[in-house]
Design a protein around this ligand. Structure first.
Ligand code: GAR
Length: 189
């Protein structure tokens, strides 16, 4: 039997990676159980999904970051969270928060890190006439998009690609990559 890690997912936008992880977590052999979701955006389209799937969630806008992080930490402690997956989470967590969960926070980023850390990855990759971009799942450390890489997937950039089409192609790969990364670090087999 697989012992599923109690997992929290942090989101800011559409939440397609989060939905995909929830779907994945319901599989018998998945190494995670999604226990809690934090959205930094109360307008996220995924709130309906969370309600429907009866997943405990909270909204924190991070305007008062220290205060919000303290509250989040208390919830995570209470819920005995073992793993945090950042999935399209666009806020930067403080160094002290990250230290408290050292080695237990993962992030997915839409580029082949260490290239194109930060925002507007697709625009920059196309502008630089890269032949490939892709996505990366990595551990989170206190430097933006710089923690140890777990797994990456390359995606070809075609001449016709614009940031929108590239982002769509990469997002599709992200949905395959995040579960793979979790299996890689959590499954014994
Ligand atoms: C994804 O492409 C994710 O890699 C990216 O935001 C998108 C969120 O999509 N994350 C970052 O840029 C983090 N710096 P989603 O909300 O549909 O999962």
């Amino acid at each position: 039997m697989v012992l599923k890690k109690r997992t929290a997912i942090f989101i800011s936008g559409n939440g397609s990676n989060m939905k995909n992880l929830v779907k994945f977590s319901k599989k018998k052999n998945a190494p995670i159980k999604v226990d809690f979701v934090i959205s930094s955006n109360k307008k996220s389209k995924s709130i309906q999904f969370l309600k429907k799937n009866k997943i405990y969630y909270k909204i924190f806008d991070f305007k008062r970051k220290n205060k919000d992080e303290k509250k989040i930490f208390e919830i995570l402690k209470k819920r005995e969270t073992q793993l945090i997956c950042l999935a399209g989470f666009m806020k930067i967590l403080s160094e002290s928060f990250i230290k408290r969960f050292k080695g237990k926070i993962l992030n997915i980023h839409p580029s082949l890190l260490p290239k194109y850390k930060g925002l507007n990855t697709h625009e920059r990759a196309i502008f630089n006439k890269e032949k490939f971009s892709g996505c990366t799942v990595h551990f989170v450390n206190s430097k933006l998009d710089s923690g140890k890489i777990i797994i990456q997937k390359r995606v070809k950039i075609n001449k016709k690609d614009d940031p929108k089409s590239l982002s769509k192609k990469i997002l599709k790969q992200e949905h395959l990559l995040y579960p793979k990364a979790l299996k890689k670090i959590l499954s014994r087999t």
